[in-house]
Design a protein around this ligand. Sequence first.
Ligand code: CMP
Length: 143
Amino acid sequence: MERTFLAIKPDGVQRGLVGEIIRRFEVKGFTLVGLKLIHVSRELAERHYDVHREKPFFAGLVEFITSGPVVAMVWEGDGVVASARKIIGATNPLTAEPGTLRGDYGISIGRNIIHGSDAIETAQREIALWFKEEELASWQPCL
Ligand code: CMP
């Protein structure tokens, strides 16, 4: 079954958006299989954002993601990677559509509430980076 990695960033946690964000994915019908609140280490942040290492915003990005607790999650379901990206909205909250998480709650690209894997391969890499296998619960809703 397809899985994606989502992380509610320090701004999302501090603004009290954890419940609302989880609700959006639950009501859509996806299955929560991993969840933890963690203070991200510099090493984990740098590995997670390795693809952006040469970008001018890299240092600020690492600084921010390590500045407070993050809610790391793994969600499962058919097409969950692409669907989660739609629910989250465009990277820049100023251009994200209303109705998306970033469109509804953000105004700054550096404070865009939540990260979501951009492809199935990225999701596999990010899940392995953030979660141990035993931290993931495999279960099927009996609906
Ligand atoms: P995220 O989905 O976590 O992936 C990389 C992050 O880099 C992105 O969300 C933004 O928060 C951040 N980012 C991307 N572009 C910029 C930018 N131009 N300035 C600051 N931060 C950026």
